[in-house]
Design a binder for this molecule. Structure first.
Ligand SMILES: Cc1cc2nc3c(=O)[nH]c(=O)nc-3n(C[C@H](O)[C@H](O)[C@H](O)COP(=O)(O)OP(=O)(O)OC[C@H]3O[C@@H](n4cnc5c(N)ncnc54)[C@H](O)[C@@H]3O)c2cc1C
Length: 402
């Protein structure tokens, strides 16, 4: 006999945690179920590579809400439990525990699965990826003075782990296919800025060594490359992630680079929504489909999904946003730039406090504030506007008056 719910949410991460909160805050009064593979209630995942890896924070302290909040808000939780199947015709979800839940509306918020390397030695201990609290604690346990940490990939996760490992005394090598790191996200010039920041803090970047395998007896001791062996006590593979769409596939939903949803986050099944890292949604402001793997996107889409479930007419109409913290650099980025956009820098890049604007045909396509704070709303408002580059650069013109 199925337990009956108004809304069932699969995935108790950033998106899933926020959608149940939004539903209650927006006045939804039907029974809600929240199912999550991880044993922890939803927590602030970006802090895994920051507070947990850098400072040793306890992941149980990162919860979006106190554990009691879910019962107090009449949300039935199934933590430490996999959803194993979705029967869209019957409106039911099967759990690994053998229970069956029925839903009127289903929200899929299953996030991403880190990509791995299938090479000789990949299964050795301490060849890992970073996605959840257990991964973060296992990685931090391997840090320490003189430990050799090799990171494969120079994206956000790779660089944040590199900074955390250096902060904890490890020797860090980052293997890249090409320099600079983050070039795909930020372009050549800003990629170089991050490269210089890491190099100044002792991180070694190598583009001359492509990984061919891992060596060691039980536990990794080296990364084998086409240019020799690199000693390693820990290897973190940071080569991107893929949307976790197995259940969406089981439900028969349209898939194309994630779950295809409309601008209200409804999938090809009118009673199933998808949010966060798995959602490929048309952004009505930008006029293009996006699948965004960032915290802010999951939070905002949770609010939109709750509104859609309540029958409100809203759409996916905001600029993408993300942030990172690495060494003494904290930054926020809003908008969406293209590799050939013009770059305008406001402030002294060498001093570490500056704002970058990307422009296309005179219009601001994205802005990034680096160690300059309290201007996020003003920068968000500027994206999409046409502004004279000389004014963008001129620090005597307040950002709010651009
Ligand atoms: C280490 C790290 C650092 C990050 N730092 C930043 C940052 O600085 N800035 C930023 O903007 N973004 C950052 N991100 C990205 C951000 O955390 C994600 O974009 C966000 O968590 C996506 O939310 P989500 O709800 O889609 O997925 P998730 O938060 O990943 O949640 C998905 C949940 O679904 C669960 N799940 C999957 N399948 C099932 C199933 N079948 N049954 C039950 N549960 C299931 C998973 O276990 C997981 O708990 C970071 C990510 C990581 C891993």
């Amino acid at each position: 006999m199925a337990q009956e719910f108004g809304t069932v949410v699969i995935g108790a991460g950033i998106g899933g945690g926020h959608v149940v909160k939004e539903l209650r805050e927006q006045g939804y009064d039907r029974p809600i179920a929240l199912i999550g593979s991880e044993s922890l209630p939803p927590y602030h995942r970006p802090d895994l590579s920051k507070k947990v890896l850098v400072e040793g924070a306890d992941p149980t302290a990162l919860g979006l809400e106190d554990e009691g909040w879910y019962a107090e808000n009449d949300i039935t939780t199934f933590f430490g439990t996999d959803a194993t199947d979705v029967d869209a015709a019957a409106h039911t979800v099967e759990l690994g525990s053998g229970e069956t839940l029925s839903y009127e509306k289903l929200v899929l918020a299953t996030g991403s699965i880190p990509n791995t390397l299938d090479l000789p030695g990949s299964a050795l201990d301490n060849v890992v990826t970073l996605r959840d609290a257990d991964d973060a604690e296992a990685i931090r346990a391997q840090f320490g003075d003189g430990r050799n940490v090799v990171i494969i990939g120079g994206g956000w996760i790779g660089l944040e782990v590199a900074a955390a490992a250096r902060a904890n005394g490890a020797e860090v090598t980052v293997l890249l296919r090409s320099a600079p790191p983050l070039k795909a996200a930020l372009g050549e010039e800003m990629g170089r800025h991050f490269e210089e920041l890491h190099a100044a803090n002792g991180v070694v970047f190598r583009t001359d060594a492509q990984t061919t395998g891992f060596s060691g007896a039980g536990t990794v001791s080296g990364v084998e490359t086409d240019n020799g062996s690199i000693p390693a006590d820990l290897v973190v593979i940071g080569i991107g992630a893929s949307p976790a769409t197995a259940l969406a596939e089981a439900a028969g939903l349209d898939l194309d680079n994630g779950v295809v949803v409309d601008d209200r986050l409804v999938s090809s099944d009118p009673d199933i929504l998808a949010i966060g890292d798995i959602a490929n949604a048309p952004n009505t402001l930008l006029g293009e489909r996006l699948r965004v793997e960032h915290w802010d996107n999951a939070v905002r889409q949770a609010g939109l999904a709750a509104a859609t479930i309540r029958g409100e007419e809203r759409s996916y109409d905001w600029q993408p946003y993300f942030y990172t913290d690495q060494f003494d650099l904290g930054m926020e980025y809003v908008g969406r730039s293209a590799p050939d956009d013009e770059v305008v820098i406001r402030g002294d890049r060498s001093g570490g406090e500056f704002i970058v604007f990307w422009t296309r045909h005179g219009r601001v396509s994205a802005a990034m504030n680096v160690n300059v704070w309290d201007c996020g709303d003003e920068l968000r408002a500027l994206v999409g506007k046409t502004v004279d580059p000389a004014r963008l650069q001129d620090e005597s013109v307040p950002v709010g008056e651009l």
